[in-house]
Ligand binder design. Structure first.
Ligand SMILES: [Zn+2]
Length: 581
């Protein structure tokens, strides 16, 4: 048996824990950042995920996760142990009763609910669900390992149980477990007559559920309004754009293999693990987001798409692949067709699944191959069609070397010169950029922008991140302010938020600094912070306008265009007043 310290270490990722305190950047297989224990301007603080250690080359301090948190929080070892045990969900004997925060209460109701559902599965009412799971090929061991349960077809069972355990309706609401009816204001269970998959955070603590309806007759009658899958709505703990089903069980295997297998749904994950492919995860009822990739990047640089071959045509998947490529992942896909989905493939023959995963091909290569099969080469139109199918992915690739490789490959296959493809690449839209209107191809080239410009972009991103986190701030901004944003994508994002829509920070920026947790922890007064940035951006806008007007004025002077010169002078004076006033 593991000691509490070992247990905690096995559950916590040193990179993740340290990232809770400071910003880290990927540096090869390690992470680096500014040392919190001595003052420095260039990063010499390194974290090594493979060894789960950190070290500062500036002040020569280092150690494991305990050493870091103890130093950072100024705690004795015992207190550090308690803090990290709590974080890792490890029970220490004789744990002090603590002030129960809202988050803690949600963890508790989720954990209790998971156990409740598990008990229901082995009760009499759960027999149909057990049969369903058996039919799908899920072993008893997998049921246990993933904590799969059953929500009975009743309105109050879970609510009654949790009430009996001392939890209030609003607390269950906070955990997303009950729903309040609009008319009667009564609370009832959200999940009914469903096979329940608990969703855990990366430390293995339950934060939400995915409930699957399997009964076809019920699906058509009593539950016709609800979907085949219902997931926990976003709560303090659960965010669907970040939650990855199976990550807690897969993370070690992902790190060890430096490869993450992406499958579609809960059962695919369960069955993949059952077949010994332990590095598989799935999103929870959404497409993969930038946030998902940011999380996976902590463990691996390689992705393996193991979706059904037909799914590859889907727009959402294309967008995800484009995002993954732009985030610097190498993206492979299973090359051999393996039937309907991962779950069915494993049920049919686990070996088939293992082999499919073991022999992947580069995703871009597969798209190229498929397009060549689809459009018979020979006509100009066909060449164009193949190029257009493949170029958007090549454009997404972060590595210039890899980009060049695929351009060469495409050139060879369709018999079009590489330099023509290179110029074609410029006008091609990256998947995921069209449609939302939020992400903008400018984002991809911003790294090459001047430092002044990139500082401004960062401020614009920060502004949008604050707005998306605290939508009430939109009162402080008007339609006229949109013009101060230099990025069309940022402008679109602000407009979406002003219209009451939602923008995910992951879609506008790849900066981890802007993620929700960071804002929550470090921004004490969002409003004054927001106003400060707004004033700053307004000032920068006016300054850049003034520069342009000055150039225009000297041009007008040279051309003796006195009318225009007069107009420009008026604008110049007005803007100068604004800048100083
Ligand atoms: Zn240091």
């Amino acid at each position: 048996m593991l000691s509490p310290v070992e247990e905690i270490k096995s559950r916590l990722d040193v990179v993740e824990v340290i990232q809770g305190y400071l910003k880290l950047q990927k540096a090869g297989s390690n992470w680096k950042g500014l040392c919190p224990f001595h003052s420095e301007k260039t990063p010499s603080f390194m974290v090594t995920p493979a060894r789960q250690m950190w070290h500062c080359f500036g002040c020569a301090q280092g150690g494991d996760v305990f050493a870091f948190v103890g130093k950072m929080e100024g705690l004795e070892f015992g207190d550090t142990l308690r803090l990290l045990a709590d974080k890792a969900g490890v029970k220490l004997s004789r744990q002090d009763p603590q002030i129960q925060s809202k988050r803690k209460r949600i963890y508790e109701v989720c954990e209790l609910a998971a156990r409740f559902f598990q008990r229901q599965l082995i009760s009499n009412t759960g027999q149909a669900a057990v049969r369903y799971l058996t039919d799908r090929g899920v072993s008893q061991e997998s049921v246990k390992n993933f904590g799969i349960g059953w929500a009975p077809d009743t309105w109050q069972s879970l609510r009654d149980f949790l009430n009996g355990e001392g939890y209030t309706d609003p607390e269950m609401m906070d955990g997303g477990l009950v729903v309040q009816s609009e008319d009667s204001k009564d609370y009832h269970d959200r999940f009914r007559h469903r096979v329940m998959f608990p969703i855990s955070d990366s430390n293995g603590q339950v934060i939400g559920f995915s409930g699957r309806l399997f009964d076809k007759i019920k699906a058509k009658t009593v539950h016709a309004d609800a979907g085949k899958y219902i997931n926990t709505p976003n709560t303090l703990l659960y965010d669907k754009s970040r939650a990855l089903y199976g990550l807690d069980k897969a993370k070690l295997a992902i790190r060890q293999s430096n490869n993450c297998v992406l499958v579609e749904g809960n059962l695919d994950v369960v069955m993949s693990h059952q077949a010994g492919v332990n590095n598989a995860v799935a999103p929870c009822g959404t497409a993969f987001s930038q946030e998902h990739f940011r999380i996976i990047k902590r463990y691996s640089d390689h992705l393996l798409l193991a979706f059904d071959a037909d799914e590859a045509g889907e727009a959402a998947l294309k967008r995800s692949v484009a995002m993954a490529l732009a985030s610097g992942f190498s993206v492979m896909a299973v090359a051999t067709p393996f039937g309907k989905d991962a779950a069915d493939a494993v049920k049919e023959n686990p070996k088939l699944w293992q082999e499919a995963v073991a022999s992947p091909a580069p995703y871009i290569g597969l798209i190229l191959k498929k397009s060549l099969e689809k459009f018979k080469l020979g006509t100009l139109e066909a060449k164009k069609a193949v190029a257009l199918a493949v170029l958007p992915f090549i454009k997404s690739v972060a590595s210039p070397l890899e980009r060049d490789h695929w351009l060469g490959e495409l050139s060879l296959k369709i018999g079009v010169e590489k330099n023509i493809l290179v110029s074609e690449l410029k006008s091609v839209q990256v998947y995921g950029v069209e449609g939302t209107g939020v992400a903008n191809s400018d984002n991809f080239s911003k790294k090459t922008a001047g430092t002044e410009q990139s500082a401004r972009i960062k401020q614009e991103e920060y502004l949008v991140a604050l707005l998306s986190r605290y939508p009430e701030l939109k009162k402080l901004i008007t339609e006229d302010d949109l013009i101060i944003l230099s990025q069309p994508g940022m402008m679109a994002a602000v407009r979406v938020i002003m219209d009451g829509g939602e923008v995910r920070v992951g879609e506008i920026s790849d900066s981890a600094m802007l993620a929700g947790d960071f804002l929550d922890e470090f921004v004490v007064e969002p409003q004054s912070e927001f106003l400060k940035i707004l004033a700053n951006l307004r000032k920068q806008y006016i300054q850049s306008r003034l520069k342009i007007i000055q150039t225009d004025m000297s041009k007008a002077e040279m051309e003796s265009d006195s009318a225009n010169l007069e107009l420009l002078k008026v604008e110049f004076n007005e803007l100068s007043k604004k800048l100083n006033g």
